[in-house]
Design a protein around this ligand. Structure first.
Ligand code: NAP
Ligand code: FE
Length: 369
């Protein structure tokens, strides 16, 4: 057996975990820039908890609350101006994957002597980023435990992955209370994102015994949660905690293996059709599983065995009950999206390696064309 497993983030999980561990902030600097989206960090109570923790230790802070969903490079550069202007020495991001990913990029760019805007995603960044702390308020991306920052690259009309070993957060504080008032739709979309991470990681070319232990556990936790979620019933607190934990496991798994063609294909549905990130993966997941099954059934059988299921259809029906989309798409658009997906790292992680026609087929059959 051979594997490399690297996960340097300190994880602090539990209700009121920021309040109980407020001295942690003293280890990373004197004045953080807090990065959030428009309103959820305030509404869910996380921002107040952070401010209280900083005040307890007489630390000042600056707030940037302008991160948009699927943040663009321009959005990150705006936050970067704030950090330079106010001379902050570490970064705290509160939110879904969007503020956390924007925060990672800000912490990285803040210390570089020169930023090559034409090669932002391929530069070998040599300076250590500012210390970065992540506080998730959705249960889906697992970004609090990954080295990835996914940004919208308007110039190339896609989402790109800024990946660097130094982008792992120093600490992730996971408090399920922050996810308790998530609207149903965001709960589903993000749960499907986490499920997709676990499945893709398990099937990735780079999967190892160790990563499969983590991705398998994430799947085992998420399936009963998906079975219990329904539009008209409030989400019980124990399910909130399980989803947050499982989404973290999904993040740990993809940090080792990367994602696969599902994520690469989903980015175009988000960029061009404005479909939510998690839902974009959900729409494609069943036909991706069928594609893998047709070429390598043992991989899928292993997943079904883990989940105590007999048939792939059993797993598909759990996904299908939550998936919906509502947009028109042309053959020309599908060819463009397939072209974009095939040259990604995620495509290279996919086994068996998909051809242009395989990718096109997954799009067409997923979107019922
Ligand atoms: P998001 O884009 O961060 O947020 C979506 C919406 O949810 C926003 O309107 C946000 O409001 C709201 N929201 C967040 N927390 C909430 C709460 N507790 N209560 C009510 N509303 C809340 O959503 P996300 O799905 O978590 O993140 C998606 C992004 O993560 C995508 O860009 C995706 O590519 C990326 N991603 C990254 C990784 C990685 O490893 N780095 C992995 C997968 C996905 P506010 O705007 O007011 O905050
Ligand atoms: Fe994702």
């Amino acid at each position: 057996m051979q594997f490399l497993y690297h996960m340097p983030t300190k994880i602090i999980f539990g209700r009121n975990c920021i309040n109980s561990n407020s001295a942690e902030f003293l280890n990373y600097g004197r004045k953080p820039l807090i990065i959030t989206g428009n309103s959820s960090a305030k509404k869910c109570g996380a921002l107040a908890d952070i401010i209280q923790a900083l005040c307890e230790h007489s630390m000042s802070y600056e707030l940037y609350d302008g991160v948009k969903p699927n943040p663009t490079v321009a959005n990150v550069m705006e936050a970067l101006d704030v950090i330079h202007e106010h001379k902050c020495d570490f970064v705290i991001a509160i939110g879904g994957g969007s503020p956390i990913d924007a925060g990672k990029a800000v912490s990285l760019f803040a210390t570089q002597n020169y930023i090559d805007h034409d090669n932002l995603f391929t530069t070998l960044y040599t300076e250590q980023p500012l210390p970065f702390i992540a506080i998730p308020t959705t249960a889906g991306t697992g970004s609090e435990v990954t080295q990835y920052s996914i940004l919208t690259d308007v110039k190339n009309e896609t989402k790109k992955n800024l990946s660097h070993v130094n982008l792992f957060p120093k600490i992730a504080f996971l408090d399920p209370r922050y996810t308790e008032n998530l609207p149903y739709e965001i709960t589903i979309n993000t749960a499907i994102d986490a499920f997709s991470h676990a499945i893709e990681s398990h099937l990735s070319k780079r999967a190892t015994e160790m990563s499969k232990l983590v991705s398998g556990e994430a799947m085992r936790i998420i399936v009963p949660c998906l079975l219990n979620l329904s539009q008209n019933t409030p989400v019980p607190k124990d399910i909130r905690g399980k989803l947050l934990y499982a989404s973290m496991l999904g993040g740990i798994a993809i940090a080792q293996t990367g994602t696969t063609i599902v994520h690469a294909m989903g980015y175009s549905l988000t960029y061009f059709k404005n479909l939510d990130h998690g839902m974009a993966n959900g729409v494609l997941l069943c036909k991706y599983l069928e594609y893998v099954y047709a070429n390598d059934p043992t991989q899928i059988s292993q997943i079904l065995a883990l989940l105590n299921m007999n048939k792939l259809k059993d797993l598909e029906s759990i996904i299908e009950q939550h998936v919906k989309h509502n947009f028109d798409i042309t053959d020309e658009e599908i060819c463009l999206y397939s072209q974009k997906a095939i040259y990604t790292k995620a495509a290279a992680n996919t086994t068996p390696s998909p051809s242009f026609d395989d990718i096109k087929n997954i799009y067409c059959s997923s979107l019922s064309l």
